[in-house]
Design a protein around this ligand. Sequence first.
Ligand SMILES: Cc1cc2nc3c(=O)[nH]c(=O)nc-3n(C[C@H](O)[C@H](O)[C@H](O)COP(=O)(O)OP(=O)(O)OC[C@H]3O[C@@H](n4cnc5c(N)ncnc54)[C@H](O)[C@@H]3O)c2cc1C
Length: 607
Amino acid sequence: MTQTLDRPGSDVESRVGAWVSSFQDALSARDVAAAVSLFADECYWRDLVSFTWNIATVEGRDEVADLLTTVLDRVDPANFAVDGEPTSADGVDEAWLTFETAAGRGTGHVRLKDGKAWTLLTTLDELKGYEENRRERRPFGTEHGANPARVTWKETREQEAEELGYTRQPEVVIIGGGQGGIALAARLRQLGVPAIVIERNERPGDSWRKRYKSLALHDPVWYDHLPYIPFPENWPVFAPKDKLGDWLEMYTRVMEINYWGSTAAESATFDEAEDRWTVTVQRDRGDGPEEVVLRPRQLVFAMGVSGKPNRPTFPGMETFRGEIQHSSEHAGPAGYEGKKIVVIGSNNSAFDICGAAWEVGADVTMVQRSSTHIIKSDTLMELGLGSLYSEQAVANGIDTRTADLVFASLPYRIMADFQRPTYDEAKVRDKEFYDKLREAGFALDFGDDDSGLFMKYLRRGSGYYIDVGAAQLVADGEVKLVNGQVQEFTETGVRLTDGTELEADLVVLATGYRSMITSVADIIGEEMAQRVGKVWGLGSDTTKDPGPWEGEQRNMWKPTQQRNLWFHGGNLHQSRHYSLYLALQLKARQEGLDTPVYKLQPSHHEE
Ligand SMILES: Cc1cc2nc3c(=O)[nH]c(=O)nc-3n(C[C@H](O)[C@H](O)[C@H](O)COP(=O)(O)OP(=O)(O)OC[C@H]3O[C@@H](n4cnc5c(N)ncnc54)[C@H](O)[C@@H]3O)c2cc1C
């Protein structure tokens, strides 16, 4: 899309200005019909907490009318105004907006077609009266003057660490201290919400350190920043996993997060009468595990969307003389130099593991069970992410927040249409590469509707490889490729359903991960897990994302069917962006604000 910046006072400015003032007038007059008339027949309004106390998208004028009829009085939107200069391209006017509600201040974004709203995004930035202590409101840090009862920052921190969870209960317990739990805890700290992060591993960053040796982030640095502390300008484009682990450890410390490492969450029950959880954890402070019972108001699971290994079982596994590892247990190929490795699966982990094994001289075979989407990393960076997340984007003045909001402004229903051109172009640009892979027998796809990587990620969280080089090994036959399904293990390897036998010293099951709710069920019990339903997916009715249409990521960052139970996670971008909205929802509840949820999502169960 070519964008033209119209001059101040130009047509686009008056078109957008007229829309915004009519919209505000209609809202102020509580005139739902007038407000709805400002939307196009095809329209989408995505709200992140500001109007709905939910993360929700309404589609079409009838749903816009329903939203407004339900919430308008209580939300009391005011001061809708254009922020910065609107732009216009291909018949679509775009503008950033600012607005206020009774509870907070927000940022908006609108796309107009023929003067009517096609897409509208409204997001809550902060709660009135509970703004973060940043910039001019930053803490003083010390107390000037003389005070015999002076307590230092260190003493205060140590006292907090001793008390919280024992003599004083946290408002929020976050189970899972990967980057998701850490980012959310950082936001809560800034909002003054006492929180404890419970993490099975010893140290922050261990969830990355424990992954296979060759892993580096698949997404580039511009996409990966954490809230508050962006990576420095000399940070590598693709952070190696252990370096990221160290960053998370540093971040946890300097952001003053109450992080309970070597602590496993065992069970959580909700006391309706007291409106509190009872969370039982085993905490090891160096003298062996000790049971601690926590009584938080709110419970957040951040146990990883790719947290629970999907570990299929096959007949004969017990008779196999070699080693079997799920990809999450595979440290690397050390010890398998010159030996036979069979990797079951053909997505990110499978390719990374095959590539590393080939590098040490192992004899590697990949078993492809179903088709996979592959996009070359440099192509993805240039065509897919470059306009928002790149050095060029930074030079163009697109900071991380702006990029995140642009991304958020695209409703999921039509996001595939925005994604498809990238992959159409990739097919042309990397034709030779794709042809060679197909010739090698690799089953390629670009998603059910050719919309590529990101839609696959949002819908099913699997089925792709961002190629950082290992695909060429498959195309060249350096990594052998076999298509088929494993039927059983033999003493010496695996047998596929078509009778093919593959000898192996090591079989790696790169068979992916299961929905977070499956590991959460071990803690909250099956009955509550059933009530909450599936976590992740949009309900797009594409492969592994069964309908009905939800229009948002199921159960992520928003109220669920269980009061005071929340989910957080996703990739670094999502965790950074959505942790704000989850933190604001938790803060509002801590302060006892009225938070009626518009359109609480129903639960769904199919994985
Ligand atoms: C091989 C691989 C490569 C990836 N590459 C990228 C990438 O390049 N960019 C990207 O953004 N994402 C990537 N991801 C996705 C990745 O999973 C997430 O970005 C990130 O790890 C998610 O963070 P999280 O905090 O949500 O979950 P996790 O990092 O999985 O953390 C969950 C934590 O919960 C803890 N936990 C679980 N159960 C309990 C319990 N009962 N008690 C206490 N603690 C518990 C676990 O120990 C773990 O530390 C990759 C994933 C994998 C598997």
